[in-house]
Design a binder for this molecule. Structure first.
Ligand code: GLP
Length: 251
């Protein structure tokens, strides 16, 4: 990292569950302070505990999602609308159907339209931009579905999934089902336009990509490394994911 690079705020928790609860608390605080917030939402196993805690905050502590506008990062191409392996189904299962969200304000990119990228960008802009973007990280450094090689100026578009990503994500599909080869994803530039970013990384499988993203060269080969150029990134992780972070980053 050069001396001009903004330092991310880093919070390391002993367990994944504590990291997930901390991220949910941050999102909850955002919604309480500004109920009409525009949030960028993510999927993946890492986020399940975040949404579980947000649902608990709604049920037990009156957190409302009624004013929230949301934009999800990505979606597979080629799945029918109610496919249980879609990210849309994931969001309904883990969050949208369990809280008081206004369905007219919830957005996922359309994986079945080649022209959907520009429309998605336009709707984010029309909503005033994303205040707080939640992000996970792939084992190869992908953010959203921006696989290695994604340029910094990329916008919402259809991408080809890396073989490694398809293998990892096969667990989210029925045995024997073909994992889609393509997906639609917000681009790196779309993500970097968010005013604040929280990156949640848990588990030892993320340690290498995470350390490289935070302290290696900023380059398309590790898409998460572009987060080094953003002024307001908070990294929330467990000890296992943080294991390879340079000591000076952990403070
Ligand atoms: C998925 C998603 C990403 C997610 C990442 C990590 O494929 N497209 O948005 O952050 O890969 O997923 P997980 O949390 O399951 O490790």
């Amino acid at each position: 990292m050069s001396s001009s690079t903004p330092m991310p705020e880093i919070r390391v928790f002993p367990t994944a569950e504590e990291a997930e609860i901390s991220v949910a608390a941050e999102l909850g605080a955002q919604l309480r302070a500004a109920p009409a917030s525009v949030l960028g939402l993510a999927t993946g196993n890492s986020m399940i505990g975040v949404y579980r805690e947000l649902v608990r905050l709604h049920r037990d502590e009156g957190l409302s999602f009624a004013g929230m506008t949301s934009f999800n990062l990505d979606e597979y191409c080629g799945l029918v609308a109610d496919d249980p392996s879609s990210f849309a189904a994931y969001m309904h299962l883990h969050l949208f159907d369990l809280v008081d969200a206004d369905t007219s304000k919830l957005h996922l990119p359309d994986g079945n339209s080649a022209e959907a990228g520009a429309a998605y960008e336009a709707s984010i802009t029309a909503a005033g931009g994303i205040e707080l973007q939640l992000l996970g990280i792939g084992r190869n450094g992908h953010i959203g579905f921006n696989e290695p090689g994604s340029p910094q100026n990329s916008r919402t578009r259809i991408v080809e999934l890396a073989q490694r990503t398809r293998e990892v994500n096969a667990a989210d599909f029925p045995p024997g089902a073909e994992v889609p080869h393509h997906a639609v994803t917000m681009g790196i530039a779309t993500i970097l336009d968010s005013r604040r970013i929280i990156l949640l990384a848990t588990g030892a499988a993320k340690a290498e990509a995470l350390a490289d993203a935070m302290s290696g060269a900023v380059r398309p080969e590790n898409p998460a490394s572009f987060l080094q150029t953003h002024p307001r990134v908070t990294l929330v992780c467990d000890e296992a994911a943080a294991a390879l972070l340079p000591a000076q980053l952990r403070g």
